[in-house]
Design a protein around this ligand. Structure first.
Ligand code: NAP
Length: 309
């Protein structure tokens, strides 16, 4: 594990897009970037939630934030955002793909009552404990993969022509998760396919997702050797990491990385996390502002680059 000391030199010339930014870590990323002088487009799928978030930042004195409605699961919405950014800025320097869904249906009261030790969440020891209160449904799995992986890919592809115009070499930050680590996948064959980095491309990644969804539909996830703690979420983030490697190789002039933000208290984990959203934003913000020649195609645990993923 190595640490990157980012020599952060943001200027008023940089512009950024953050997805799923009406709350949680995304909102904190927007605030931290804006405080450093970056012009930020705060996006949210819900207009009322997004404009309320922007208003709260404006009233805190941050005028360099714009709102744009973006549902990452809607191709037209992503294309429309690209048109807006093009008109306003003529280029894009930073994209933070942050929007995500958990892919499960939860009895929140029951979960809170279990009072699970945060270390048990992180180590995966909680898998059996939460079986009664966290339900994997095929419908939520499909939506989760659509948002977490295809949403990230869709928004990236829509904004790529603008990212390629960034004079400083764009930065793409894909917010991932500890759940993405390959060691958490019991099936050795799937682990092997994902670890064969040279052969990875979108087709291979999506083939794995397709097989996951087949097994999900047939109730065969455990037999198929898929991770059983938040299965769809975990596999969607595995796919996000693999996609990060693929596009980092394709666009060497950019710094494209993925990051586990920490175990942060947000709605996504039913507020079981232990870190603040400001702490969770530190890794994504550091990667958004990497100096020229910084790392690319890497996975970070908060602000530390991991040797393996
Ligand atoms: N919290 C943690 O401990 C933790 C750990 C590891 C990784 N992460 C990652 O951190 C990122 C931020 O999560 P968070 O913890 O801050 O959770 P959060 O507070 O629940 O925020 C998730 C955001 O994603 C948005 N979103 C969901 N579906 C969307 C869609 N189709 N289009 C656009 N936006 C959509 C949500 O919008 P709505 O308000 O409209 O639902 C919300 O703004 C995620 O990528 C997550 O996987 C979090």
């Amino acid at each position: 594990m190595g640490s990157i000391d980012a020599d952060q030199q943001p200027t008023g010339n940089l512009c950024a897009v953050v997805t799923g930014a009406n709350k949680g870590i995304g909102l904190a990323v927007v605030r931290q970037l804006a405080e450093l002088g970056v012009h930020v487009v705060l996006t949210s799928r819900d207009v009322a939630r997004g404009t309320a978030a922007v208003r709260s930042l404006h009233s805190a004195g941050l005028s360099n934030i714009l709102f744009y409605q973006l549902d990452v699961s809607d191709p037209l919405s992503a294309a429309s955002l690209a048109g807006f950014v093009s008109d306003r800025f003529g280029k894009l320097d930073i994209l933070v793909n942050n929007a995500a869904a958990s892919g499960v249906v939860v009895d929140v009261e029951g979960l809170v009552a279990l009072n699970i030790d945060p270390d048990h969440w992180l180590s995966g020891k909680a898998t059996n404990l939460v079986k009664e209160v966290i339900e994997h449904t095929h419908e939520s799995a499909v939506a989760c993969i659509e948002i977490n992986y295809f949403g990230c890919k869709r928004v990236t592809e829509s904004l790529l022509p603008l990212l390629r115009l960034s004079p400083s070499g764009a930065r793409i930050v894909n917010v991932s998760s500890l759940r993405s680590e390959l060691k958490r996948i019991p099936n050795e064959g799937i682990r092997g396919e994902l670890a064969d980095v040279e052969k990875l491309d979108e087709e291979r990644i999506e083939n794995i997702l397709g097989r996951f969804l087949e097994d999900s539909k047939e109730g065969k996830l455990e037999a198929g050797g898929w991770p059983m703690m938040l299965p769809a979420y975990s596999i969607s983030k595995v796919a996000v990491n693999a996609y990060t490697r693929v596009i980092a190789r394709r666009w060497p002039e950019m710094c494209i990385n993925c990051v586990h933000p920490g175990f942060v208290k947000t709605d996504l984990n039913w507020n079981t996390g232990v870190e603040t959203t400001d702490e969770g934003a530190r890794g994504p913000v550091m990667l958004a502002l990497l100096p020229a020649g910084g790392p690319s195609g890497r996975y970070f645990h908060k602000t530390a680059a991991m040797a393996d993923f």
